[in-house]
Design a protein around this ligand. Sequence first.
Ligand code: NDP
Length: 450
Amino acid sequence: MLNVDEHLARLRRSSPGQDEFYQAVEEVLTSLQPLFESDPRYLRESVIERLIEPEKQLIFRVAWQDDEGRVRVNKGYRVQFNSALGPYKGGLRFHPTVNGGVIKFLGFEQIFKNALTGLPLGGGKGGSDFDPKGHSRSEIMRFCQAFMTALYDHIGPTTDVPAGDIGVGGREIGFLYGQYRRLSGRFDGAMTGKSFAWGGSLVRPEATGYGLVYFTEKMLAERNDAFAGKTCLVSGAGNVALHTLEKLVELGARPITCSDSTGALIHEKGLDVALLKTIKEERRERLDRYLDTHTDAVFIPMADYEPGRSPVWACSGEVAFPCATQNELGLEDARALIANGVLAVSEGANMPCTADAVDELLHAGVLYGPGKAANAGGVAVSQLEMQQNAAMASWAADKVDERLRLIMRDIHQRACDASKEFGEPGNLMLGANIAGFRRVANAMIEQGVF
Ligand code: NDP
């Protein structure tokens, strides 16, 4: 019998103050109970004890000079969590809320997400408490160069392959990769999310959002349903949210909301996604600039609502996609969505729904797509980028998109099959956790104790 409380108590003692990490561990361990009951090997081999302790953790100083010549100092992290299935793989997040616990929660989730793709990928994550917002291009470049100076010796195409996440987009990947190349003297696949002009893959920028929609399409198909004509609610306005919106419109759905760190935008007629991309991607402006063109839309500034209670979840919609950040959709939000007739909630962000919100959704019979399955399209196409780099090749967009579709179909199938095998058909959280865990745990056992 797996004693979840005992593991959590030990974790709290050995790694204090890491709430997001405990939350992620608790969710996974709770779902694994039925597997542990059916197969005693996992307990005997102490797989949980080994899995929750990262193989390696790097914490480093990042000192850089601002435009006035003042020296600034940030903290850098890279957690190399588990490499039983392949090189460590996971993004870098630059955001003021980054700390050791956040990076560990993200790295832990990444192990199972990467295992679920069926590809040879281990799990890792990194980042810094540096906030690119409000800094000039040259300050961001100097920060990225200082960050990579500390990290370059620990990464490589067969050891650890970082990519982007919140605050790390194409611009930051460019500066990071440039510094990697300068220091290592190598042009290789040590990072993904690179520009197509110098080693990137087509469809990588779109992959997480598109993959999320492909995955959710499969969830709806299980109930003989589809996206056409559905009203959708999306949060966030970054990489994942914008490409989710784009694919939803392509499939005939009507997304009516998105949000950023300044507030929430609601446009009942259906969002103008091309305009949103211009505002957020090209011009890097605030979301309320949308109202300059669409006066019938509504923008609610964040200062006008209770912290953590986004008006997005109070809207009426059939499918909801939290695509901003962790714990952005709580119990009351889940209740509001259910009251408004939501059919499915599918996670673009990592752990955006709190544990009690997930319980509430599952209880109400709402289809729930856990992030570690639903948002795995980004890492999957990153692996396709690694394949292209290793072969010095670049594939056509159609080929990458088709592979992405198949990978998302297979992830959905694996989660479905495991949910059926363990007596809770349709519980994709249980299915994803068990299927991901089983693949990595079996690899660890087969490779011996270390
Ligand atoms: P971005 O930095 O591109 O976008 C994040 C967006 O969320 C921004 O628009 C930001 O606002 C907004 N945001 C941040 N905090 C809040 C908040 N409290 N309320 C409302 N909006 C908020 O990041 P990504 O799109 O890449 O990542 C989003 C999520 O998806 C993260 O959880 C990430 O870990 C996850 N993810 C990303 C993958 C990827 O390939 N990029 C892969 C798998 C998961 P503003 O524009 O004002 O900064």
